[in-house]
Design a protein around this ligand. Structure first.
Ligand code: IMP
Length: 446
């Protein structure tokens, strides 16, 4: 009986798919509200790992409806493959609904994405964003420019032809585009096969909320990749924030109950852009190896580093986090000391505590100031078994202190802890309000 948002608090890849899947057990609807095939939400089911790109994780559960919402940009051919892949494995258990307002990523958008990023790179190598090359930026640009095509249009060939011709007329800078007739034919075909899933979703959700059913909005990408509030221009082209999740689903802000921010116990970033706590040495390599830090969509190795509380405080304020999920704590198991960035020292002598410098260049010059916190033991199977049996009380005491430190420093309670890739390796610490708030900001340091 609630509307909840779960979203990434860092640069993406916080294992939010796993937390969303955990939370979806008590949801009736799960809605993806932004992004498209740039997303890769990995969920490890007893049957094996599943990577969801354009479907909401609700489609994996009986009795749940997974909605790909109006704020998304959808590549219909890839979406069809995703559906078929799940069907073949017998994992398509929930209902699938696709918003008729979601925009379509066309082959020309994918070509344009590559063209644009190469243009940036030729202008200045560091200006290349390292996009996922899945056409996200160009598709959102056409949406804003009113040249876009929506899923609703796939079942109207005459309108679709006219929209395609207009869109093609704006792309004279691109070469090698597939002919309009070919694209039209393929779109009409795929539209026919997807027609059973495509419908208005806002009414469906308003009615669900009015009946008191639980709706989970599943964020994709993350706060620091937000088009306005992220590390512009090294961002994605949507709004992966709590405000964006509402806009991208059509649910009014007055219905919102809580916002869960998901952060790894350390940090990663894939693609270009400033990353103050990046560790390019052996310890970063350790995080990459032990954490399996490779992009679920592109396979690119992720850049790795330490938890950045400046950025987490910023994300908490921006999104109004009511609680946090801290994931992948098992990856840090066995380290003697764990650096955590508590503030930035800027070249002009000022310090930054909870803000994101507007200029990516300034963020690139921030010097992180670390506290070293004591580590916890390795997460052997025996320890995991105990946590599964006994719950949060079985978490190692130094890990509890790490989580307390995060709570004290951000002012947001930790509600979930992820300690492995599997679906059941998440522990709930209880409702945030039921636990005593941390007393002091300076209780201890390592
Ligand atoms: P785009 O979203 O493909 O345009 O890529 C823009 C930036 O966002 C690039 O740096 C990507 O690596 C990053 N990005 C996009 N989607 C994800 C994601 O799901 N996880 C992490 N990074 C992402």
């Amino acid at each position: 009986m609630s509307v909840r948002i779960v979203l990434g608090a860092q640069f993406g890849d916080e294992a939010k798919g796993k937390i969303a899947d955990f939370m979806s057990a008590s949801a009736r609807y799960v809605v993806r509200s932004a992004g498209g095939p740039n997303t890769g939400h990995t969920i490890v089911l007893p049957e094996g790992p599943v990577v969801l790109h354009q479907l909401a994780c609700g489609v994996l559960r009986h009795g749940v409806t997974g909605i790909s919402g109006p704020g998304m940009v959808i590549q219909p051919f890839k979406l069809e493959e995703e559906l078929q892949g799940l069907e073949k494995r017998g994992l398509l258990r929930g209902e699938v609904v696709l918003s008729d307002r979601a925009h379509v990523i066309l082959p020309l958008h994918e070509i344009e994405d590559v063209w644009e990023d190469e243009l940036r790179g030729r202008h200045r190598p560091a200006a290349s964003l390292g996009t996922t090359r899945s056409g996200i930026g160009p598709a959102y640009a056409d949406r804003a420019g009113r040249f876009g095509i929506r899923l609703a249009e796939l079942s109207r060939p005459a309108v679709l032809r006219e929209r395609l011709e207009l869109l093609y007329a704006t792309k004279t800078h691109l070469t090698g585009l597939p002919p309009i007739d070919e694209v039209l034919g393929r779109l009409v075909e795929v539209g026919g096969r997807l027609a059973a899933y495509i419908r208005p979703t806002e009414q469906l959700l308003w009615d669900a909320v009015a009946r008191g059913e639980s709706v989970l909005l599943e964020g994709a990408q993350s706060a620091l990749l937000d088009l306005d509030f992220g590390t512009y221009p090294y961002v994605t082209s949507s709004h992966p924030t709590s405000a964006g999740a509402l806009l991208g689903s059509g649910i009014p802000p007055t219905e919102l109950d809580d916002v869960v921010g998901v952060a790894k116990a350390y940090s990663t970033r894939v693609g270009a852009g400033p990353f103050p706590t990046e560790d390019t040495g052996e310890r970063g390599e350790f995080l990459r190896r032990v954490g399996g830090e490779r992009g679920a969509t592109t396979g690119r190795p992720r850049r790795c580093g330490w938890l950045d509380l400046v950025l987490l405080r910023y994300a908490a304020r921006l999104n109004g986090f009511t609680s946090l999920a801290i994931t992948k704590v098992d990856v840090l198991g066995g380290l003697e000391r764990i650096p955590v960035c508590v503030r930035y020292q800027m070249p002009d002598g000022s310090t930054v505590h909870d803000a994101l410098p507007t200029s990516a260049d300034d963020l690139g010059r921030a010097e992180p100031v670390y506290e070293q916190l004591p580590g916890w033991p390795e997460f052997h199977e025996r320890l995991k078994e105990r946590i599964r049996r006994e719950g949060a009380t079985a978490l190692p005491s130094d890990l509890r202190r790490y989580l307390d430190f995060i709570e004290q420093e951000t002012g947001v309670a930790v509600e979930y802890v992820g300690y492995g890739a599997h679906r059941d390796e998440t522990v709930w610490l209880g409702p945030p309000s039921a636990r005593p708030r941390p007393a002091s900001m300076t209780a201890w340091s390592g």
